[in-house]
Design a protein around this ligand. Structure first.
Ligand code: BT5
Length: 236
């Protein structure tokens, strides 16, 4: 089967946000086109939060055109990051819905955005050799920090593209298999967490990640399904 992710790569020195750039070119480029930048001046997280993107990390967006836009696309990014980390001896875990953690801190974030059924942008930020800003140090970590030496960035990009391509294929053909892997790699299962859903806080124990990507929780003696809109999750 032909490769999809990475068939075309646009490398930039600096950009506001690779997701923004990818959105402007999305209608005119083939599926699988990748935008990668050395630095972002206005890297974004969800809900307009900012994403620190100094030189040395991977700031990348992939233009995808699946038959149907499905919010589970976020897991293609998260699993590809987990597998990429494993290639370098780092054990990474998914903090549902869109973070990857390693060594107890956040090493990567995924931001999916779409336009109807026309296209989806899968944005991935991965701390590799970049410095972590002072204010994030307690919660964020880089591959370099975990390994103890600089990591070849090109090699990490190459592995990430390889795994993105693989997981995108599984997502298209056997999404339930992808979700089985997500379940295996989600470290919050069994933990008590607090979730902020549309400004309403819900506290409970996480039981499972369901096949549709939602979180099954035990809240106040009842089962609750949390859809992964713009929720933020805190440990208790
Ligand atoms: C995310 O948002 O985790 C998604 C981040 C996606 C970034 C990529 S980079 C390529 C593409 N282009 C973009 O403009 N964005 C995507 P969220 O769950 O909202 O988390 C944001 C929070 O993570 C911030 O409020 C900080 O607390 C924290 N954070 C910011 N920069 C970080 C970093 N480099 N490493 C770890 N944590 C960070």
């Amino acid at each position: 089967m032909n490769r999809v992710v990475g068939i075309r790569i646009i490398s930039l020195e600096e950009v506001d946000s690779t997701n923004e750039y990818a959105k402007t070119i999305a209608p005119d480029v083939p599926e699988g086109t990748v935008v990668v930048a050395k630095r972002q001046t206005a890297g974004r997280g969800r809900k307009g939060r900012s994403w620190a993107s100094p030189e040395g990390g991977i700031w990348m967006s992939v233009v995808l055109k699946p038959p149907r836009i499905d919010p589970r696309l976020v897991f293609v990014g998260a699993l590809a990051v987990v597998d990429t980390l494993a290639d370098f001896g780092i054990s990474g875990w998914i903090k549902w819905p869109n973070d990857v953690w390693a060594g107890g801190r956040k090493i990567s974030g995924v931001l999916t955005e779409g336009r109807g059924d026309e296209y989806a942008i899968l944005g991935i930020g991965l701390n590799v050799n970049n410095p972590i800003p002072e204010e994030l140090r307690g919660n964020a970590v880089s591959m370099m920090e975990l390994i103890g030496s600089k990591v070849p960035l090109e090699k990490v990009i190459e592995r990430l593209l390889f795994h993105l391509d693989g997981w995108y294929r599984v997502f298209l053909e056997r999404p339930e298999l992808m979700m089985a892997k997500v379940r295996e790699k989600t470290f919050i299962i069994g933990m008590t967490v607090r979730i902020l859903e549309d400004n309403t806080a819900v506290t409970g124990r996480v039981l499972d990640v369901l096949d549709d990507g939602s979180l099954l929780m035990f809240v106040g003696g009842q089962l609750r399904r949390i859809l992964y809109g713009d929720v933020s999750l805190k440990f208790l």
